[in-house]
Design a protein around this ligand. Structure first.
Ligand SMILES: Nc1ncnc2c1ncn2[C@@H]1O[C@H](COP(=O)(O)OP(=O)(O)OP(=O)(O)O)[C@@H](O)[C@H]1O
Ligand SMILES: [Mg+2]
Length: 365
């Protein structure tokens, strides 16, 4: 999969840009000082694939300060032909429109058209910070791999909002506990599909990363990944339903749903020890690198072609040997890299196309 060209209008500080990517080069660099718009360019490519940002849930934040909308258009080259993907967001009314070949699509039909893997130093937080970052990794990957997962995850998200609002109304005496049954069943049905698919993919990732981790860390350490479902290991809809019903009074008291797939977690074990507590920063780097390789491989397997890869400022976090491991493993992917230092790009072998980014203007280097 390749992006042939990218048209940006009104996105953050990138007011207008058209980039044509060199068909003979798989490596595109964006060089510039801090705060010039390099990460913004990667964010546009991520949005074209995933329809969401990697750094904000507030869509409006991405519209240029003095603009009423942004529009992104990518011409994609895939093994099944050329495809045009578009994301348009207006401020008033606050509305996102997704298009494939000019036709409007809902999110579940849009996501997956362009496989994307994103990697930045902030990903290290996935190992030792909040469980939400680990779930995000799983959700992002599964949303691109499995349409049924994505549809169920979207249903689940909407049902959780409804159930939580009902819990607060029950707590205020404005609704009855019996009204929870409908939303419990919705959550149990969609949550059960999510759980089963998460379980399967975590096993796949765990098997995949084991040998890679040895290579990335230069050790014989045994890495394994455990899936930790919240509220019980049985992923059937009946078990989820029973768990939700058992917790009615607690959920009403808390005003929100305390257990379920939206609280699941992952644990990374190295020789049986939890890397979040006992790992060094270098071990975390090796782990995150191998998790990214797993994302690339699973997307390749599903699509029959490599995803695009977005690397934001990774040179600052990876030492030379890990950079080599990374660049050796991603040769098949069209790769977009940001850096403040041109000399980092000189270390990468092969033909490169380099753009300079300055105050939101993207020019040839
Ligand atoms: N909605 C917006 N409208 C206009 N400008 C914005 C908007 N959101 C962010 N910016 C600007 O974008 C710039 C940051 O861009 P970006 O994060 O891409 O920088 P960068 O080149 O990656 O920098 P660094 O090297 O520090 O990571 C800032 O100057 C910020 O003010
Ligand atoms: Mg940046």
């Amino acid at each position: 999969m390749r992006v042939q060209s990218l048209h940006i209008q009104g996105f953050r500080n990138l007011s207008k840009a058209t980039l044509e990517f060199d068909p003979d080069s798989n490596f595109v660099g964006f060089v510039g000082s801090n705060g010039q718009g390099k990460t913004n360019v990667l964010e546009t490519l991520f949005l074209l694939g995933i329809s969401k940002s990697f750094r904000t849930a507030e869509n409006e934040e991405m519209i240029g300060f003095d603009q009423d909308f942004f529009s992104l258009k990518g011409e994609l080259e895939r093994k099944d032909g050329k495809v045009t993907a578009e994301v348009i967001l207006t401020r008033v009314p606050a509305k996102k429109t997704l298009k494939i070949n000019g036709g409007i699509k809902k999110a579940s039909d849009y996501i997956g058209n362009l496989g994307v893997v994103f990697f930045s130093p902030d990903d290290l937080g996935m190992v030792h910070l909040s469980p939400s970052l680990r779930r995000r990794y799983l959700d992002l990957l599964l949303s691109q791999l499995d349409r049924e997962y994505l549809e169920n995850a979207l249903k689940y998200q909407s049902a959780i909002k409804q159930r939580n609002s009902l819990l607060r109304r029950i707590s205020d005496g404005q609704a009855q506990v019996g009204e929870l049954e409908f939303w419990d069943q919705e959550l149990a049905n969609s949550g059960s599909v999510m759980r089963q698919k998460r379980e399967t993919v975590v096993k796949k990732i765990s098997d995949f990363v084991r040998p890679y981790y040895k290579e990335a860390s230069g050790t014989q350490d045994e890495l394994s990944i455990e899936y930790l479902p919240s509220g019980g290991h049985d992923s059937s809809a009946d078990a989820l339903m029973a768990m939700l019903q058992k917790n009615h009074s607690r959920d009403v008291a808390m005003g929100s749903t305390q257990s379920g797939p939206h609280r699941d977690d992952l644990q990374f074990l190295c020789n049986g020890h939890d890397l979040a507590s006992f790992g060094s920063r270098g071990e975390w780097r090796s782990l995150v690198l191998t998790l990214k390789f797993a994302e690339i491989e699973l997307l390749k397997e599903k699509n029959g072609e490599a995803p695009i890869l977005l690397l934001d400022d990774v040179f600052s976090e990876l030492d030379e040997s890990r950079q080599k491991t990374l660049f050796n493993s991603i040769k098949g992917c069209q790769t977009f890299v940001t850096t403040t230092h041109q000399e980092f790009l000189d270390m990468v072998e092969g033909k490169k196309q380099v753009f300079r980014v300055s105050e939101g203007i993207i020019g040839a280097s």
